[in-house]
Design a protein around this ligand. Structure first.
Ligand code: GLC
Length: 729
């Protein structure tokens, strides 16, 4: 089938066949229509490896790459693209036409059980890496599925909780990722989420799936449902969910056909989705699949998994103990995760690895001598003093101790959230026993999302975050520990001093069916900066084994109308080793009409430099990098005034800064003093708070009078669904 067949097939398909086409025929397969030569295609998870089920929860071997939280810490578009291409190649080999990834979810709370399946707490970093990943996958003739759209930032109540979010927050943070990915990567499919958004199930939300996604973001691909996310198939088609996927698919095919025959659903609306599904099938039909991987490809993918694991490893703290000296001295390797790798989280993303290499094996291959001590049980949270003593004895005899710590399996997964971000107490007891020996100690964190490291991190000599880094994560982190790879990982999510400091703490996981995103746009570092909170390690932080200097910042305003600005600066490797620096560009709006974050990531570059080498980095800014979303006038508004341009090695390690002046955006109506910024309903009122009526109430029109617009509950108006005319750029 080719794209040129689509019009003819729409004419020839019966209503029943069309309805069937809009649902899967099996959990992982679309519906064929043999009569017209329409073949089915296969879908498979997941974001860090192919889970091609051959039986329930049994899948074919595939490379278990580092999870997205590790890839997010690479800040490396090229590397993520290469991982995406390898995933696409493996999907193709297993005759998978659409790979169900990447995750787009913002890390609103460190507790989200699926944080390991997502890149970051920042929409720009997430969007750019998702673009690289999708372009990689789709370069292999396999479709990606950006997921889940939208606002599935927790697993608790995920199937029905209503995320109560204001429109500005949605557009500036949560929607912005999809907007960028649609524009720059054109994913074949986008998967909608289970949850409700301001009371409406995402799969049945026309504002989300048609007004925003298609009419404003310009998405032209196919929207598929999450598995079981459709509650009313007719409403879902009408809203823009083209293909329903489910573990028991096709339940409502007859209802869909009946809805068309009875006039409840316009035939044109049915055909709209039929066209999108046929176009997906035609795309899939245009490439050959099923060519097995060669042995060389399998080995090359394992090597790539190791490279990516090393690149995502973040050196958080180092008093000089790192890098370790290969081939000399004794290393006490403590903690079961060195021998029993915790390479991924649970749920639909689970991969059956082609092979697994452990950190312990890698230590034994590179260190002088190794003493291994498991230190603690993974199945019993109780202290084991014998294991503690064994670990202490090993450390006492060693030149350095490397202690692997992380929460236990079953704490990070699809389907439920974490209860804590603390390292289990029995593991901290082992760390105490090791540090008390006085042997220099390095801790490696093996976790899908951030952990609380206070106060013990100040008593260790080195601290490294290894994430869930896949089947070759062990050797990958050891490559960094011994300096075979100069670390270049940077935090893509803040490490708070305590969970209570995190932005979603007071509202997670919600109550009575709703979770309110009361922090607004202030998630991640935006929150900690707004409250000027101390953090253990900030967004963007990570050490190298060399040093970098920033110099010669030049900010040039190219066009005051479009907001085109170039930011140029020089990065120099001032150390004795080659290495990569992640130079980060942040913008702060100091004179906005609304409350804005202190700084927001608006660009980054990963530059690889030899000792003494310099690189001139030039990053471009455009209007959207300065604008906020004005819900009253339904547009992106750049306030005139002073903007601070910051360049640095993390969100809290600013090396260069400059201020620029930009005027109001002349292309949009200026704010006037009587524009009521508090009123987001139709028909802008002139709101004069001092215009008291006889009852002493200010501006009587704002007190709901029966039958007036104000009297209609905000939700009944579909929340913020009546507006929206965002323009990207
Ligand atoms: C799951 C997940 C989704 C996955 C799908 C198929 O419920 O939410 O990410 O791709 O179903 O397994």
């Amino acid at each position: 089938m080719s794209p040129s067949d689509v019009d003819r097939l729409i004419d020839e398909l019966t209503i029943e066949e069309k309805a069937a086409l809009l649902s899967g025929s099996a959990p992982w397969e679309s519906t064929p229509v043999e009569r017209l030569g329409i073949t089915s295609i296969w879908f498979a998870d997941g974001p860090h490896g192919i889970r091609r089920e051959t039986a329930p929860l049994v899948s074919l071997p595939a490379t278990c790459f580092p999870t997205q939280s590790c890839l997010g810490a690479t800040w490396d578009r090229d590397l993520v693209h290469r991982v995406g291409a390898a995933l696409g190649r493996e999907a193709s080999a297993q005759d998978v036409a659409v790979l169900l990834g990447p995750g787009l979810t913002m890390k609103r709370t460190p507790l989200n059980g699926r944080n390991f399946e997502n890149f970051s707490e920042d929409p720009r970093l997430t969007g750019e890496l998702a673009v690289a990943y999708i372009r990689g996958v789709q370069s292999q003739g396999v479709g990606a599925s950006l997921k889940p759209f939208a606002l599935n930032n927790q697993e608790t109540f995920r199937h029905w909780v209503s995320v109560e979010v204001d429109e500005r927050t949605f557009r500036e943070i949560y929607g912005a990722v999809t907007e960028r990915v649609v524009r720059d990567a054109e994913p074949w499919t986008i998967m909608n989420s289970y949850n409700r958004v301001n009371g409406v199930f995402a799969a049945q939300d026309a504002w989300l799936l048609t007004t925003v996604l298609r009419e404003e973001y310009g998405y032209a691909g196919t929207v598929i449902s999450d598995w079981g996310a459709v509650h009313d198939r007719v409403a879902a088609v009408a809203a823009g969910t083209d293909l329903e996927m489910d573990f028991t698919p096709g339940r409502e095919v007859s209802a869909l056909a009946h809805a068309v025959r009875s006039g409840r659903l316009e035939q044109s609306v049915l055909d709209r989705s039929v066209r999108r599904v046929l176009e997906l099938l035609a795309r899939a039909a245009s490439t050959e699949r099923g060519i097995p991987l060669s042995r060389e490809e399998i080995d090359a993918h394992h090597a790539l998994a190791r490279e990516a694991a090393a690149a995502g490893t973040v050196v958080l703290r180092n008093d000089g103990v790192l890098p370790l000296s290969p081939g000399s001295g004794t290393v006490a390797v403590v903690g079961r995760y060195a021998a029993e790798p915790r390479m991924q989280g649970g749920g639909s993303a689970l991969v059956n690895p082609t092979r697994v290499e452990t950190a312990l094996e890698a230590f034994q291959a590179v260190a002088g001598s190794v003493a291994y001590a498991p230190g603690f049980s993974l199945t019993d949270s109780a202290r084991d003093e014998a294991l503690e003593s064994e670990a202490a004895a090993a450390a006492a005899e060693a030149d350095v101790a490397v202690v692997f710590l992380g929460q236990t399996d079953g704490t990070e997964s699809e389907g439920y959230d974490r209860a804590t971000i603390d390292v289990p107490d029995n593991q901290l007891r082992v760390l105490d026993a090791v540090t008390l020996t006085g042997t220099p100690t390095v801790v490696v964190l093996v976790n899908g999302s951030v952990l609380r490291v206070e106060p013990w991190h100040e008593s260790v000599n080195g601290l490294v975050h290894g994430w869930f880094s896949g089947q070759a994560g062990g050797p990958g982190v050891v490559d960094v520990l011994f300096g075979a790879v100069n670390p270049s990982g940077r935090l893509s999510e803040t490490m708070p001093v305590r969970l209570e400091d995190s932005p979603g703490f007071a509202t997670f996981p919600g109550e009575r069916g709703e979770v309110r995103y009361g922090e607004g746009v202030f998630i991640g570092y935006r929150w900690y900066d707004a409250l000027d909170l101390t953090v253990s390690y900030p967004f963007g932080h990570g050490f190298s084994y060399t040093t970098f200097e920033y110099s010669d910042l030049a900010v040039e305003v190219i066009d005051t109308t479009t907001g085109a600005v170039t930011v140029a600066f020089t990065v120099t490797n001032t150390g004795r080793r080659a290495g990569a620096e992640v130079a980060q560009l942040y913008v702060g709006d100091t004179e906005a009409t609304v409350r804005r974050p202190v700084r927001e990531l608006r660009g980054f570059a990963k530059v690889y430099l030899e000792p003494g080498e310099s690189s001139r980095v030039v990053l471009d800014l455009n209007n959207r990098d300065f604008a906020w979303y004005d819900v009253v006038d339904a547009l992106w508004r750049r306030d005139g005034g002073t903007f601070v341009i910051e360049v640095g090695a993390s969100s809290r390690d600013v090396r260069l800064s400059a201020s620029i002046e930009l005027p109001d955006d002349p292309r949009i109506p200026a704010l006037t003093e009587d524009t009521d910024l508090g009123l987001a309903l139709q028909g802008r009122h002139k709101f004069d708070p001092y215009d008291q009526d006889e009852a002493g109430r200010s501006d009587a029109r704002h007190h709901a009078q029966p039958g007036t617009v104000d009297a209609v509950p905000w939700r009944a108006l579909g929340g913020f669904r009546g507006q929206g005319s965002a323009a990207f750029g």
